[in-house]
Design a protein around this ligand. Sequence first.
Ligand SMILES: C[S@@+](CC[C@H](N)C(=O)[O-])C[C@H]1O[C@@H](n2cnc3c(N)ncnc32)[C@H](O)[C@@H]1O
Length: 220
Amino acid sequence: MVDYAEQKEYWEGMGKRRHPSHPVIEAFAGPKLRWIRDHTEPPTDGPHTMVEIGAGNGYFSYGFDRAFELTATDFSETMLEMNPLPSNQKVQADASNLPFGDDSFDLAFCGNLLHHLEAPEVAVREMGRVARKHVVLLEPNALNPLMFAFGVVKREERGTLKFTPPYLKGLGKRAGLRLRAFSTQGMVLPNKTPEKLLPVFKAIDRPNPMGFYHVAIFDV
Ligand SMILES: C[S@@+](CC[C@H](N)C(=O)[O-])C[C@H]1O[C@@H](n2cnc3c(N)ncnc32)[C@H](O)[C@@H]1O
């Protein structure tokens, strides 16, 4: 497992990535965003507020910003700079020590963050502290052969190997959260799926146990 300092160096040195408006990114993030919206409590008065932890260059922020009143956080200045949200919606912050008061947002979300952390349970507890209604965790599926292979060959992705459904559900439970909905889904990889093959991957992109990602929604 790569330690905190190495992770920071890795993300600060990140080069060019696809823009969040790219069709492959819409195919990656769109179905997950819709599933999350459909399985969380609908807002009654105005949009829900959401904080996104480890938002990176905004693959999820881009779509969430249309459905929620969004604040995006990340510990990497480089990644936040690439994130297309306006600067007043971006906060540089470490996942283990969020600079927000208790119950500050309706939802707290993180995508592809926890498998990079040495102590993911600390970040999940922080998310539960700042969220009033839901905590949503999205991580690679260790049971998917391709994700498993990335975890084996790439040191920064090694944390993926423990992300089975019981492990992800247990992370929320140990933080005092109650599981509301769980799904394994996704056949599109944001940086690796070739645009030319998108129609094929979109056609087979539906919830299935061998999908690339787990999504767990918890009630606080
Ligand atoms: C794989 S990227 C995911 C980005 C985005 N959520 C997505 O799914 O496309 C992981 C992100 O987590 C951030 N990150 C890693 N460790 C962190 C920490 N301890 N606190 C906050 N952000 C962190 C990295 O800077 C990076 O932007």
